[in-house]
Design a protein around this ligand. Structure first.
Ligand code: GDP
Length: 332
């Protein structure tokens, strides 16, 4: 039987690279798009050279039609785009181009090439950021920043295409999910990276924004597993993917510093300039529906995720050879 083919838009980021590994493990032929050169396998993809095919592209409809016609994927996953919530205020154009416009273009290209191609779109808990507390699929969408507005639009658009054209197009609404592959602009990696540097005597201080904020954090490979499963539901639909538990940023600081046997009070400084203009004090989600429909649940706890991140960061900063060899949840 011919291998299943998947095309991952934005393959070089945290989620795209984990998904590539998972799908390779499942026997898929994996293609991924990058805005950079197709011969450059960055940090997250180095170990996948020779196993995946990279395609350099812009994301206009014409280019996407060309790629879809050439690759003929069974499944398309979209993780591409501007991923920073706070920067979305200053990167308005990029945020709109890489979220609403890009998803528009992908859906249009799929319709032109073959509407049987299945499509997965990654959305975010930021579509609910004007709420606080428990979120489910039924919660009214109410974004509070341009990033969330973009994701709100794409969530509605994917659902419209599903209804209008009978396409298998779904949105996974991801709550916070991190890993050693996260960029240090995210709070998890920022805390881990700086705390390890403090432990090694290279830095003295960790400056943070609002540490009383509580979020629902999962380990990225767990979330990516659910995304892959969402392509095989009886009835295509949108699902919230989260752990169901909240932890504050302060709890994260305390956990990471305890793992490194450091006293946070001696090193952490709060800077109000890093506070976000408006955000939910605490938000978490029930993934009851996803658990029932996908037979899925996140396996790695908040504490274990941070342990993995600290262990990885120590190897990275002490110059040990790091190419995710010890950080591969999906054996290849
Ligand atoms: P996001 O939720 O996708 O924007 O992921 P982040 O990891 O950037 O932020 C998670 C939460 O941590 C947000 O509620 C931030 O307000 C909070 N936070 C507190 N201090 C910081 C900080 O110094 N940097 C970042 N990135 N977030 C912080």
């Amino acid at each position: 039987m011919a291998k299943k083919k998947a095309l991952i838009l934005g393959i070089s980021g945290q989620d795209g690279s984990y998904l590539a590994e998972l799908l390779l493990q499942k026997g898929y032929e994996v293609y991924g798009t990058t805005r950079g050169s197709a011969s450059v396998f960055g940090a997250n993809l180095k170990h996948l050279k020779g196993k995946i095919k990279l395609i350099h592209t812009t994301y206009d409809v014409k280019s996407l039609v060309k790629i879809l016609s050439r690759v003929r994927p069974h499944e398309v996953f979209n993780f591409a785009g501007q991923t920073y919530v706070s920067k979305s205020w200053s990167l308005l154009h990029e945020t709109v181009q890489s979220s609403p416009v890009l998803v528009n273009n992908i859906l249009e290209a799929i319709l032109q090439v073959d509407k049987k191609i299945r499509f997965f779109q990654a959305s975010s808990c930021e579509i609910f950021s004007q709420h606080s507390g428990l979120i489910t699929e039924e919660s009214p969408i109410a974004p509070g920043n341009p990033y969330g507005c973009g994701k709100a639009y794409t969530t509605h658009l994917v659902s419209c295409f599903r209804q209008q054209y009978g396409m298998y197009a779904v949105t996974g609404i991801f709550f916070n999910h991190d890993s050693p592959r996260r960029h240090e602009d995210f709070v998890t990696r920022k805390i881990v990276k700086r705390a390890v540097a403090i432990k090694l005597g290279r830095e003295q201080e960790l400056v943070l924004g609002n540490t009383s904020i509580a979020r629902d954090w999962s380990y990225a490979p767990d979330i990516v597993k659910a995304a892959a499963k969402m392509m095989r539901m009886k009835t295509p639909q949108d699902l919230v993917l989260a752990s169901g538990r909240t932890h504050s940023v302060q709890e994260m600081v305390d956990t990471v510093f305890a793992l490194l046997e450091l006293n946070p009070e001696a090193h952490v400084r709060i800077d109000r300039a890093l506070f976000r203009p408006s955000e939910a004090p605490a938000i978490y989600a029930s993934s009851k529906k996803a658990k029932a429909l996908l037979r899925w649940q996140p396996k790695t706890s908040f504490h274990d995720m941070l342990k993995r991140m600290v262990a990885y960061e120590i190897r990275l900063q002490t110059g040990a050879e790091v190419d995710f060899r010890d950080e591969r949840p999906f054996a290849l």
